[in-house]
Design a protein around this ligand. Structure first.
Ligand SMILES: [Zn+2]
Length: 734
């Protein structure tokens, strides 16, 4: 102690004492209280050495932390900080190497303590790191501590591994599997739990995606069992809504396939001092014992499920293989393979006339190497041809498929119903047990009786809720079933009708097509497309399809129509030609009836001379020309034309006329006679009412001349060969 007395100098006593307490695991904190008590005893040691109690600081915030690294231990860092700042006169710890488990941390602390003139104290003694002997001793203690940790770990790990290799290390079991009295793994004796797990796997098989499983459970209002792993309710069962990560965990867990697996993940400590866990591929697992215990699926099914999950993760790998059916209209989504380079093809959508048109594109190499895409095919033509092929191929098998679908739906509904019933039964049992506990207790024991009565009430409320859930779910299920059955009958009667029914979701169609087709290899040739459809079992069928018409081809008017218009322009205006074409049953290239505007545009596009141009070429005169020739006012020309004394032809849809050349000026007597004969009164400017009955009015053409809203001009509607009736207004000629 005399040695100690020299070490405890007044300078050190003026500074504070730091007592560092730690336990490496929470288990130790709870159960190894002896060690904690010993560590606190060191406080008495510090008092004995001369430090007043109020200057002794206890650092115990690292309790329950593993000591393998200082990174996560705020308490240790605080200790180092205090020492560095020269505030610590002494640092106390049980087996002082426990101060730090890592030798590097320890050596650093010893060095800092030496510089800061701080003592280190443990149960065995008091050390001054500034003294060479003490420093060596402390260094050795640190190294021994590290050895101890290493051997302890190696021994533990060796024991664990040996046990795991025999398949005897008791690993935590997922819900649905339990250990019996002998420690053997068996299926959960609770039928409700077993059914729920089985339903999860069968739903995954049916939907092909973890998300689909979650949705199916949610739609049917089904919950999934889980067990408390620790705490006072450890081992107790409870039900909760199924989540996506839960489904993934279950699908990845080999225990459900009856396999015993150990070391499925690699653990490593990063440079930041944090632990990282990464999943290992199956061949790298430390221990894998197949057929170790009864399971819910075979190893082959387990591997198949993992393959489906891997394929669904569209971002994984460069070959985006068939993903789960999605909502887009491309029927062969995920099934198309490029006939040129053998890669999976992707889908692009574009909108034509308001509908989504898919096209299949091979752009894999194009994206990677920034080159033009490999090939690009019109999806609608291919989809239609493959649909036809399937419907043709399906006729004999249609009933079988339908029945299988029907059976599957019924079985699924029954399974769901059983699960819901089991939930009600469980609630009934719980309520019954609570009732019996209440009845068994002595009524005089008020406190216990009250608590048990409250339990009973809670159980009864849970039972009422479970019954209500069951009632709602079955009501929903029966309503659905009636509809489903009708749908199935329709399906059995006529699969093609259902297939073509727009109400059938695209996703269902895709799911069906995936049952019937393995893949489709598409190739675009210079004159056609080929689609090689491969069926399960290796049979295949090659479809030869026409290339889609280009937008220009689609819009192009057939040449015979163009030719007809060219001929008709000799004797007809645009509106008149439109009337002729419509009467003959022709429509324009985009399916609309013809009108003067469309004919005019087409004629202009093909550089056809207009009707007016043709009349001019034939030497017919404009109104002003003939007026000059005959030395008359234009209004006289119009009157003579109306009276049939000179001849002309309608030049356009605005009612403008051209007049034949070489006509003589009518004599005044002829004009008077004609006017009397036709009852024309040029002064009133109105038609004689007798004319109406004497001459039937020419039927109006239901066509408007282009660019002119004023269409009531009688000249525009009359035929040029007959002199028109009296006009309401007079129009000037060109
Ligand atoms: Zn390609």
């Amino acid at each position: 102690m005399s040695d100690d007395a020299t070490k405890v100098t007044p300078a050190r006593l003026r500074r504070d004492a730091y007592l560092y307490i730690r336990q490496s695991t929470l288990y130790q904190v709870i159960h190894n209280t002896e060690s904690t008590a010993r560590q606190y005893d060191l406080k008495g040691r510090a008092v004995a050495l001369g430090w007043p109690e109020d200057k002794i600081h206890v650092i115990d915030i690292d309790q329950g932390r593993s000591g393998a690294s200082a990174a996560d231990r705020a308490g240790f860092q605080q200790l180092v900080a205090e020492v560095s700042l020269g505030r610590a006169g002494i640092v106390l710890g049980l087996e002082c190497s426990r101060l730090a488990r890592d030798s590097a941390d320890w050596q650093q602390l010893v060095k800092i303590c030496a510089h800061a003139d701080t003592l280190i104290c443990d149960e065995d003694g008091l050390y001054d790191p500034a003294i060479f002997n003490d420093r060596v001793l402390l260094g050795m203690k640190g190294q021994l501590s590290e050895f101890e940790l290493h051997f302890l770990r190696a021994r533990m790990r060796g024991g664990i591994l040996a046990k795991a290799r025999r398949g005897e290390l008791a690993l935590a079991l997922p819900v649905g599997l339990v250990r019996d009295g002998q420690g053997q793994v068996t299926l959960d004796p609770d039928a409700g739990v077993r059914d729920a797990v089985r339903l999860l796997f069968s739903t995954f098989t049916a939907t092909g995606s973890a998300f689909g499983v979650v949705r199916a459970f949610r739609e049917q209002q089904l919950t999934f069992p889980a067990r408390h792993h620790r705490g006072p309710r450890s081992g107790e069962l409870f039900f909760q809504p199924l989540t996506h990560d839960r489904v993934l965990t279950i699908l990845h867990n080999p225990a459900y396939a009856g396999a015993y697996a150990y070391g499925r993940a690699a653990h490593a400590t990063g440079l930041d001092g944090h632990h990282h866990t990464t999943a290992r591929p199956i061949p790298e697992w430390t221990v894998l014992i197949k057929d170790h215990h009864p399971g819910y699926l075979t190893w082959a099914q387990y591997e198949a499920n993992l393959a489906v999950l891997a394929a669904n993760a569209a971002a994984r790998g460069d070959d985006r293989a068939a993903g789960p059916p999605r909502e887009g209209t491309a029927l062969l989504q995920g099934l198309v393979v490029c006939g040129r380079c053998g890669r999976r093809m992707t889908i692009r959508y574009h909108i034509r006339h308001g509908t989504q048109i898919p096209s299949y594109v091979c752009q894999n190499d194009g994206i990677r190497t920034a080159q033009p895409i490999c090939q690009h095919l019109a999806g609608d033509i291919i989809d239609a041809a493959v649909s036809d092929l399937i419907l043709a191929a399906l006729t004999p098998a249609a009933i079988e498929v339908t029945l299988a679908v029907s059976d599957e739906l019924t079985a699924q509904a029954e399974r769901a119903d059983q699960l819901r019933q089991a939930q009600v039964q469980r609630a009934e049992q719980a309520a019954d047990a609570a009732r019996r506990r209440y009845l068994a207790v002595d009524a005089a024991n008020r406190l216990v009786a009250d608590a048990l009565e409250a339990d009973w009430n809670t159980a009864l409320r849970a039972l009422a809720a479970a019954r209500e859930d069951y009632r709602k779910a079955t009501a929903a299920a029966t309503a659905l079933n009636a509809q489903q059955r009708d749908k199935i009958r329709a399906l059995a009667a006529d699969l093609p009708a259902l297939w073509n029914d727009p109400a059938t979701p695209v996703r269902e169609r895709k799911r069906l097509i995936r049952l019937l087709i393995t893949d489709v290899t598409l190739t675009r040739n210079h004159d056609c497309m080929t689609a090689a459809v491969r069926f399960p079992g290796g049979r295949h069928h090659v479809l030869r399809l026409p290339l889609p018409q280009t937008a220009w081809q689609l819009r192009k008017t057939p040449s015979q129509i163009t030719g007809l218009i060219g001929q008709l322009l000799h004797s007809h205006t645009y509106a008149q030609i439109a009337g002729e074409l419509n009467a003959a049953g022709h429509t324009s290239s985009d399916g609309h009836p013809w009108d003067g505007d469309r004919v005019a545009k087409l004629a202009s596009y093909h550089h056809m001379p207009s009707h007016d141009q043709r009349l001019q070429d034939r030497g017919l005169l404009t109104l002003s020309q003939i007026a000059a020739d005959l030395d008359a006012h234009p209004s006289s020309i119009k009157r003579w034309h109306r009276l049939g004394l000179i001849t002309g032809e309608q030049a356009d849809d605005r009612g403008i006329f051209r007049y034949h050349p070489g006509q003589a000026r009518p004599a005044r007597a002829d004009t008077e006679n004609a006017r009397k004969r036709l009852g024309d009164d040029h002064r009133s400017g109105r038609r004689n009412p007798h004319r109406k009955s004497g001459r039937p009015r020419t039927p109006r053409q239901n066509v408007r001349p282009p660019g002119n809203t004023e269409t009531t001009s009688p000249e525009a509607t009359g035929t040029p060969s007959q002199p028109p009736y009296f006009p309401a207004t007079t129009r000037g000629a060109v």
